[in-house]
Design a protein around this ligand. Structure first.
Ligand SMILES: [Zn+2]
Ligand SMILES: [Zn+2]
Length: 373
């Protein structure tokens, strides 16, 4: 950004000295100085935009709106230009905020939040502006939006209720398979539902973060936590059954395919055969017979790979996940075949051990997945 000040006093210069000549102790004051300078430049830009709008300059130059004019002028994205115009026009209604902005005492981000508050309840905002501007100057990045939303609730309780209802109606969740074979989640939750989801995910993700041996990123831990919550839901016996059947992953494989290497197909996309073997370690099997055209001709009796009596003996012996240091209880563990049944291993107590989902995955796939740098 180039800022040309009319009277270039030293504090108005963007480059006072080459950056790499600054000492460590100079970096923070220099950043603070620049933040103020940027705020003042942004305030000046907002002023120019507002004046151009008032004088009808965009229309005189053939543009339908100040936003279209700004897009043509700066080549910045429409959303950015729209927000700049909105802020420029809002500042005319916020004299105290505008003065603090021009002084460099308020950042553009803070002014944008104030502008939203002003747009929501203009009269109450005019009454409380001095207080709100002083909060904008003094409160932390986390505290200020909270203070603003608290103010908004008091300023216009009916509107706050309507906003809460609108937030609730806007809840949505999209879950879709992508062409790369990943599943994408995208959504918005109202504050209360969102808090429920956050609390549930944190309850699983945060204890793991304390484990120094856990090398997953926070984003990976949250993803694993969400999947674990869904699995526990599917495993729990008190949830509604679909057609008498607990809905689970369904894999249609021949024993030969299960024993081989490579990929096998799930509805959402392909997974490694090793992952299929992990799922098959402790699964419910339905023997099926296909005719020469791949059509189903016979279905045998469904049975658990690890029968209930053996599972109880295993839980009594292992107590929970057998990975060193792991304390996941038995009911959330898989029965892992030390030598897989697809490779001829027997389903006996001696060939089984309990592993939680994470360690079960580690056991099967750690050596089979491409190593990340
Ligand atoms: Zn296993
Ligand atoms: Zn474990």
């Amino acid at each position: 950004m180039v800022i040309e000040a009319e009277h270039a006093a030293p504090s108005d210069q963007v480059v006072a000295a080459p950056a790499d000549r600054l000492g460590d102790a100079d970096l923070v004051p220099e950043l603070r100085r620049l933040e103020r300078l940027i705020a003042r430049a942004e305030a000046r830009r907002a002023d120019i935009i507002a004046i151009a709008h008032r004088r009808g300059v965009p229309q005189a130059q053939g543009f339908a709106s100040p936003t279209a004019w700004l897009i043509a002028l700066t080549a910045d994205p429409p959303s950015v230009c729209r927000s700049r115009v909105r802020m420029a026009l809002a500042l005319r209604m916020m004299p105290h905020a505008a003065a603090a902005f021009a002084q460099g005492d308020l950042s553009g981000c803070r002014v944008r939040l104030l502008a939203d508050a002003c747009a929501s309840s203009p009269q109450v905002f005019a009454r409380d502006e001095v207080l709100l501007v002083s909060q904008a100057r003094s409160l932390s990045a986390r505290a200020f939006p909270k203070a603003l939303s608290h103010w908004q609730r008091l300023a216009d309780p009916d509107r706050a209720l309507a906003d809460a209802e609108r937030a609730f109606q806007a809840r949505r969740l999209c879950v879709s398979a992508t062409w790369q074979g990943m599943v994408r989640l995208d959504g918005d939750l109202d504050p209360e539902s969102g808090q429920t989801v956050l609390t549930a995910i944190r309850s699983l993700a945060e204890p793991a973060a304390l484990d120094p041996a856990d090398s997953r990123t926070p984003a990976q831990r949250r993803a694993d936590a969400l999947v674990e919550i869904c699995r526990r839901h599917l495993d729990s016996s008190d949830r509604p059954r679909r057609g008498g059947e607990r809905p689970h992953l369904i894999l249609a494989l021949s024993p030969g395919e299960l024993a081989a290497d490579g990929l096998v197909d799930l509805e959402a996309g392909p997974i490694p055969a090793e992952a299929a073997r992990r799922l098959a370690c402790d699964a419910q099997l339905t023997p099926t017979v296909l005719d020469g055209h791949g059509r189903l001709t016979a279905v045998g009796r469904r049975a658990r790979v690890v029968p209930p009596a053996l599972r109880r003996a295993l839980e009594a012996r292992d107590g929970g996940c057998t990975h060193p240091g792991c304390d996941v209880p038995a009911r959330w563990c898989d029965a892992h075949h030390i030598r897989h049944w697809a490779h001829g291993g027997p389903t006996t107590l001696a060939n089984l051990r309990l592993l939680c989902r994470r360690h079960h995955r580690l056991e099967h796939e750690a050596g089979h997945l491409p190593q990340r740098e």
